[in-house]
Design a binder for this molecule. Sequence first.
Ligand code: ADP
Ligand code: MG
Length: 260
Amino acid sequence: MNPVMVRSQLEELGLMEVARVLETRAEQAVKSGWSYIEFLGQLLTEEVAVRRERSLRTRTRLARIPAVKTLEDFDFEAQPGVDRRIIEELATLTFIDRTDNILFLGPPGVGKSHLALALALRALEAGYTAYFTTLDHFVRDLQRAEANQALNRRFRVYLKPRVLVVDEIGYLPLDRAAANLFFQLVSRRYERGSIILTSNKSYGDWASFLGDPVLAAAILDRLLHHSVTVNIRGESYRLRQRRKAGLSVTPVTKEGVPGT
Ligand code: ADP
Ligand code: MG
């Protein structure tokens, strides 16, 4: 059988990547003396890699991940407020099967969203479903759905994924109806699916932005029952970068030597 026919059969079977690399790999196999099994293994490995990559891209898009942030990109030295071992433990993703929640608390710019996104990406890479939203977006989305008598249907978007990131809790105060939607979200996901949440407010301040201490207690009770809180103290990463850039310039003028 000639290569053109082999390729067209591979394409008919949907093995597009094998079809694409077939001839190059066949030449390589001859040159390097691969066994038949090694040759086949090489082709299948490449097909599988391309498919995994494509599936990850699709699921990342469906997850509405706003930016690709990774744990590899996270500079732990720059943020001593984050215990690397805790993040590495979370990155094993056992929290997902336990339906534990993760709460990143701290002031702006310390890497809360970065870590939440990086864990969501790890979950997607491992084949779990994930979804990203901000609290503000969630509330507006469901209020719109409610107005169209589609609340329950729309709610499923936030209940189905194994991992739900809810970013930016506490930036805006919630009215009664919004706080209630947030309560529903937390109680309906309770022991069913993990929430990774970020907030600039400590738990003591939740009553005030939720406008109701009883509701705040009910939400926190469910959120924290099975959970890990990562409290990040320290300074904004961006401000720190700017300050570092500034410092490296100052000694040149003061002492005439480049700063460290
Ligand atoms: P927060 O959500 O706490 O306000 P972000 O996670 O959005 O902060 O971080 C602000 C920016 O700084 C983002 O672009 C993020 O990727 C980056 N960043 C924050 N901390 C780190 C870090 N330790 N290492 C690398 N990049 C960081
Ligand atoms: Mg953030």
